[in-house]
Design a protein around this ligand. Structure first.
Ligand code: ZN
Ligand code: ZN
Ligand code: ZN
Ligand code: ZN
Length: 493
């Protein structure tokens, strides 16, 4: 279902190489273009998964080639046909593993092989859309992953899978570079995150304050790219290649490691992260000071207290170490089942670090973002059993995330849609609870319910653009129905 919307031009400069600009004035939510993946497949470090639907598998293999597959139907899918023939002909089977839940480097060859096979099948598209892609070969050669890719992918495909008469090892390494620099991580139907190479999306320049969003349409993994905010004709289209809620230090490390550039966008350059304080710490040497980098664009610049008379200083390296420790502690919480402990342990970590970090610091904000979704949804913390104080806490966290998004990820984004949906519930229950306690009149109740209706309407507008089978798409439909019900119930009051 590729529509032919094409509201961009390609331009070129020294900083970005090729990049996209709007070719007309756009409003938030407008579709700019839709792109088909050149190839889709497992990302590195993935445990064995079905090579067709990407669900976890254990001991089930394709009857023809002996590589992981969940079912006969998946073995026969078009996605797998060409590689199935390569493996069957060369008699190269997947080497069985002891633990099917740990990453299997054998699978690292799959996506590069799919790019090679797609190149062979559609050499015109390769020439048109991939030939000019950045690979950073010289930088990649200096890294240990180069050697691993040479053995696990280039030698494996050319020597073991006997593809030497169709491709060569330099081309395989080039494809590995193209994937590393240009592919994006996307969700799959089967559950695992995978990677996909979208040639047109890959041209978009990066900024830590993006102005476009992309949605994966799960039936065929097409990507739909929209304006997140109003964009004027000839403005640059910016995608964010990294996790938007991360602090500057971690975003810039990620971009340098995986995308081979040092970001110097206006958010990275500002020690306050445009006033969001996602990187800011509290000073424990004085009362009112906060600690920020003296130059966020220099990894070695010291961090210092904002108070004139306070002499507290620390190094970028010490800051990085500290963030890694706390981040590891927070990641452990992700293993918890959604239940009372998932809420209580997160609150405990927030409490533990509240004197260390600014309340809006990225690490605390990510905990609050998760809590905003857990309150009202887990056993013992159902929305209709939450005391007013906890309803207020849920609302506070939603508003905190929303106000941060307004600055760093403005406009019509999935995360904003999901947070607005979460926010409507405590607002609605708080208004009703005050009404039943006789604290507000019926007129006032009607007035108070206008805000949750607005939240639901906006959530529905944003989220119904998503794939209807994705969690966001499902929430979008529920938001639409809830908005209609709430509006109808108001008319009966
Ligand atoms: Zn499958
Ligand atoms: Zn097969
Ligand atoms: Zn940046
Ligand atoms: Zn201080």
């Amino acid at each position: 279902m590729v529509d032919d919307v094409c509201h961009y031009d390609i331009q070129q400069n020294d900083k970005y190489g090729r990049y996209l600009v709007a070719n007309k004035d756009l409003d938030g939510g407008d579709v700019i273009f839709t792109d088909s993946p050149f190839a889709v497949g497992p990302k590195p470090d993935t445990p064995p998964l079905c090579l067709s639907c990407y669900c976890p598998v254990e001991n089930t293999l394709c009857a023809s080639c002996g590589w992981p597959m969940c079912s006969e139907e998946c073995s026969k899918s078009a996605t797998h046909a060409a590689e199935c023939e390569v493996f069957s002909t060369a008699r190269v089977r997947f080497q069985k593993v002891e633990d099917w839940t740990v990453s299997a480097p054998q699978l690292d060859c799959i996506t590069p092989l799919r790019v090679l096979l797609a190149k062979e099948k559609d050499s015109e598209r390769w020439k048109r859309e991939l030939e000019a892609m950045e690979t950073h070969t010289e930088s990649r050669k200096l890294r240990p992953t180069w050697g691993a890719d040479q053995v696990n992918i280039a030698d494996f495909l050319i020597d073991h899978c006997k593809l030497g008469n169709r491709f060569d090892k330099d081309l395989v390494q080039r494809v590995c570079g193209i994937l590393e620099v240009n592919s994006v991580e996307i969700p799959s139907r089967g559950g695992f995150s995978i990677r996909a190479l979208y040639p047109r999306l890959a041209i978009a320049a990066h900024s830590c304050v993006p102005n476009i969003v992309h949605t994966i349409l799960q039936n065929d993994y097409q990507v739909q790219v929209r304006a997140a905010v109003s964009i004027k004709a000839s403005e640059i289209l910016y995608l964010c290649y990294t996790h938007s809620l991360s602090p500057t230090l971690l975003r810039r490390d990620f971009l340098a490691d995986s995308k081979f550039f040092m970001c110097d966008c206006r958010r990275c350059a500002d020690p306050t992260e445009l006033g969001t304080h996602l990187s800011t710490l509290k000073c424990n040497k004085c009362d009112n000071g906060v600690i920020m980098s003296t130059n966020p664009l220099d990894n070695d610049a010291p961090w210092a207290c904002s108070e004139k008379n306070c002499e507290f200083r620390t190094s970028g390296a010490a800051m990085r170490k500290m963030l890694a420790v706390v981040q590891a502690e927070i990641e452990q919480l992700d293993a918890l089942e959604p239940g009372p402990a998932a809420i209580e342990q997160r609150e405990a970590v927030i409490n533990k670090y509240k004197s260390v970090f600014h309340p809006r610091h990225s690490l605390l904000l990510s905990l609050k973002h998760t809590l905003a979704q857990l309150y009202g949804r887990v056993e013992g913390y159902g929305i209709d059993e939450l005391p007013d104080l906890m309803l207020e806490r849920k609302a506070e966290f939603c508003r905190l995330v929303l106000s941060t998004l307004d600055v760093i990820m403005p406009g019509e984004t999935r995360m904003r849609g999901m947070m607005l949906y979460e926010l409507h519930a405590p607002l609605m229950f708080l208004a009703r609870s005050e009404f039943s306690a006789g604290l507000i009149t019926q007129e006032k109740l009607k007035e108070r319910l206008q805000e949750p209706i607005k939240c639901l309407a906006e959530a529905a507008r944003i989220l119904t653009r998503e794939d209807p089978q994705s969690p966001e798409g499902i929430t979008g439909l529920i938001a639409q129905q809830s908005m209609e019900q709430l509006t109808a119930s108001l008319e009966c009051l």
